[in-house]
Design a protein around this ligand. Structure first.
Ligand SMILES: Cc1cc2nc3c(=O)[nH]c(=O)nc-3n(C[C@H](O)[C@H](O)[C@H](O)COP(=O)(O)OP(=O)(O)OC[C@H]3O[C@@H](n4cnc5c(N)ncnc54)[C@H](O)[C@@H]3O)c2cc1C
Length: 395
C-alpha cells in the first residue's frame, strides 16, 4: 500500500492520518473546511486524555472543569466534584491542533470537498472540487453527515439524535447537566475559553421542540441566548439493530468516528471514539499480515473488542436510563437521589463521567453495592421486567 486518502479532517481523520504518516505511508487528508467550529460540546473525558496524554499536555487553549451539577425533575440538583477533570476545547482549536500534528507527522492536507469515490481494480479514484486524485486505500472520516454513498454507516431515523445549542458569551466554573421529563437526551452547559456551549440532544423529538425546551431552560436560568450564535448538527445514536448491521469497513475502505456511527448512545461522547477508531484503523492498514478483505474483518473485530460491544449494550440501556422508571420514579430522578445518599453511587457516577466504567460491567458493580430487595429491583431494571409485587411491597 502506497497512498492512503483520508476523507475528512476532523478528530477521527486527522488522528488516523497522523498515525499512518508516522508509519511511513503517503497520506493525503481531504477536508472542505479544515479547522472549524464544528457544533459540539468539546468535552474530552479522562478516558481520552489518559489514552492520549497530548490531549491534556499541550499549549492549546482549553478549560479543565472539576465541578458538575446534575439536575432532574422532582429531584432538584446535586453537585459533584470530579476526580478527573473534563477537558473542554473549542472545536476550532482542537481540530487545528490535530491537523497540525498530522501535518508534522508527514501527512499532506488539502482543502477541498470530496464529491465522490470510485473503486478501480486496485485502489480508488477520488473526485474532488480541485480535480481527480488516486489512492490505494480510503479512510472515511466525513462525520455524521457523510455524503459518500456506499461507504460508512447507513443511517435510519432511529439511529440518530438531533443536537443543537448556543455559544453564549458568558463564563462559569462548573458543568451543568439537566435531565428533562420524557426526553431521551439531556441539556448541557459546558464552560469553554471565552464562552459557554449550551446545548440539548434528544432522540425522536423534532429539532424545533428541542430548541424550545433549551430556550425555556436558558430563560429560567437567566442565560441570554438572544443574539448568541446558534448551532445544530446530527449526532449518531445507533440502536441495537443499527449496531448489528453497522457498515464500518469494506473492500479498500474503513470508516472512523461519526462516519462509522461510533458514538456513545447515552452520553453522546464521540471524540474519544473518533480518535480511538482512527488509531485502530491505521494499525490495521499498516499491518502487512492482512490482505484487503481480512483488513475489513480485522478492523471490525478490533472495534468490537475495544468498545463497540459496550456501546451496543449502552444502546439497550439508553431508553431505560432516560425514559424508564426505577422504584416508581424516573431513573434520572432516582440517580440524583442516590448520588446524594450513597458515596459508592457517587463514585460510580464519577467513573461514568470519566469514561472508565464500561456499561457491560455496570450491572455487576451496582449489584455488589446493594442489599437484597434493591438487588432484585435493579435486576428487573436491567432485564426490563415489571417489578414483582413482592419487591414493591417491601420498598
Ligand atoms: C452538538 C454536539 C455536541 C457534542 N458534544 C460532544 C462532547 O462534548 N464530547 C464528545 O466527545 N463528543 C461530542 N459530540 C460528538 C463529536 O462532535 C463527534 O463525535 C466528533 O466530532 C466526531 O469526529 P469525526 O472526525 O468523526 O467527525 P467530524 O468532527 O464531523 O469531522 C468530519 C470532517 O469531515 C469533513 N467533511 C465532511 N464531508 C466532506 C467531504 N465530502 N469532503 C471533504 N471533507 C468533508 C468536515 O468538514 C469535517 O471536518 C457532540 C456532537 C454534537 C453534534
Amino acid at each position: 500500500m502506497k497512498t492512503v486518502a483520508v476523507l475528512g479532517g476532523g478528530p477521527a481523520g486527522a488522528f488516523a492520518a497522523e498515525r499512518l504518516a508516522e508509519a511511513g505511508l503517503k497520506v493525503v487528508v481531504f477536508d472542505e473546511k479544515l479547522a472549524w467550529e464544528k457544533p459540539c460540546g468539546g468535552g474530552l473525558t479522562f478516558k481520552a486524555y489518559n489514552e492520549y496524554p497530548f490531549l491534556i499536555d499541550n499549549d492549546t487553549p482549553k478549560r479543565l472543569i472539576r465541578q458538575t451539577t446534575i439536575a432532574a425533575p422532582k429531584a432538584g440538583e446535586v453537585k459533584m466534584e470530579l476526580t478527573h477533570p473534563l477537558v473542554i476545547y473549542s472545536r476550532m482549536d482542537l481540530n487545528r491542533m490535530l491537523l497540525e500534528r498530522a501535518e508534522r507527522a508527514g501527512a499532506f492536507i488539502e482543502k477541498t470537498r470530496v464529491l465522490g469515490i470510485d473503486r478501480r481494480e486496485s485502489g480508488w479514484t477520488l473526485r474532488t472540487k480541485n480535480g481527480m486524485a488516486d489512492a490505494d486505500f480510503c479512510i472515511v472520516a466525513t462525520g455524521a453527515r457523510n455524503p459518500l454513498r456506499g461507504v460508512g454507516t447507513e443511517w435510519s431515523a432511529t439511529d440518530t439524535m438531533s443536537a443543537l445549542g448556543y455559544y453564549v458569551p458568558a463564563s462559569q466554573e462548573h458543568i451543568d447537566i439537566q435531565f428533562l421529563p420524557q426526553l431521551e437526551g439531556y441539556i448541557w452547559v459546558f464552560p469553554r475559553c471565552g464562552h459557554l456551549s449550551v446545548g440539548i440532544c434528544g432522540k425522536g423529538e423534532p429539532a424545533q421542540s428541542l430548541r424550545a425546551r433549551l430556550e425555556q431552560y436558558m430563560d429560567e436560568r437567566g442565560i441570554a441566548w438572544k443574539g448568541s450564535a446558534f448551532y445544530s448538527h446530527m449526532l449518531p445514536s445507533l440502536e441495537s439493530p443499527g449496531w448489528k448491521k453497522n457498515r464500518v469497513a469494506g473492500d479498500g475502505w474503513m470508516a472512523v468516528g461519526d462516519a462509522g456511527g461510533l458514538v456513545d448512545p447515552i452520553t453522546g461522547e464521540g471524540l474519544y471514539y473518533a480518535m480511538r477508531s482512527g488509531d485502530l484503523a491505521s494499525r490495521v492498514v499498516v499491518d502487512d499480515a492482512h490482505g484487503l478483505v481480512e483488513k475489513a474483518a480485522a478492523y471490525r473485530a478490533l472495534l468490537r473488542r475495544e468498545f463497540a460491544m459496550d456501546l451496543e449494550f449502552a444502546a439497550v440501556l439508553a431508553k431505560r436510563v432516560f425514559l424508564g422508571n426505577f422504584m416508581f420514579n424516573a431513573v434520572p430522578t432516582r440517580m440524583i437521589q442516590f448520588i446524594r445518599r450513597s458515596p459508592r453511587f457517587r463514585d460510580l457516577m464519577q467513573d461514568l463521567f470519566s469514561g472508565t466504567q464500561p456499561y457491560l460491567t455496570l450491572k455487576s458493580r451496582l449489584l455488589r453495592n446493594l442489599n437484597g430487595t434493591l438487588q432484585e429491583v435493579l435486576m428487573n431494571f436491567f432485564l426490563n421486567r415489571v417489578i414483582p409485587e413482592r419487591s414493591r411491597a417491601s420498598l
